[in-house]
Design a protein around this ligand. Structure first.
Ligand SMILES: [Zn+2]
Ligand SMILES: [Zn+2]
Length: 138
């Protein structure tokens, strides 16, 4: 998949906004996430990149994007991390299609802590995943 020039520009702007160095790998991996509009695994990103970027670099860039809050990551039942652009600085839930296995970000669902924790417990993150069948699979 080749990127639309606006996607590359947007990716470069996002990296520049956090005062980080814009390397081709950072810009191109972020462009893949911007275009996908849904969480992608490392393998998904690798197979989308043409020309290819080596797998270790892609891992590093995905982790870096997550640390910089330009992306967020979630894990599925398969223990595979998936990465998506950070849509907004709030928590949200995800939808996993049980047929095709794809994940989607549900931005209008609150993932505020739905339970109260015992005394002196501290929540670090909340993951809410709704499972079902996506529109393409119905
Ligand atoms: Zn599906
Ligand atoms: Zn998400």
């Amino acid at each position: 998949m080749s990127h639309a020039p606006e996607t590359i520009t947007k990716a470069r702007d996002l990296v520049t906004q956090i005062s980080a160095r814009t390397t081709p790998a950072r810009v191109r991996v972020l462009a893949v996430l911007l275009e996908a509009q849904r969480p992608l695994s490392h393998l998904d990103v690798l197979t989308t990149l043409h020309p290819a970027i080596d797998r270790v670099t892609v891992y590093r860039v995905l982790d870096w994007l997550t640390e910089q809050h330009l992306a967020h990551k979630l894990s599925g039942d398969d223990r595979v991390w998936r990465f998506a652009v950070a849509p907004a600085p709030h928590h949200h839930a995800h939808f996993q299609c049980e047929n095709c296995g794809r994940f989607f970000c549900l931005e209008n669902v609150s993932s505020d802590l739905p339970v109260s924790l015992p005394a002196h417990f501290m929540a670090r993150m909340v993951e809410i995943t709704v499972k079902g069948i996506c529109a393409d699979c119905r």
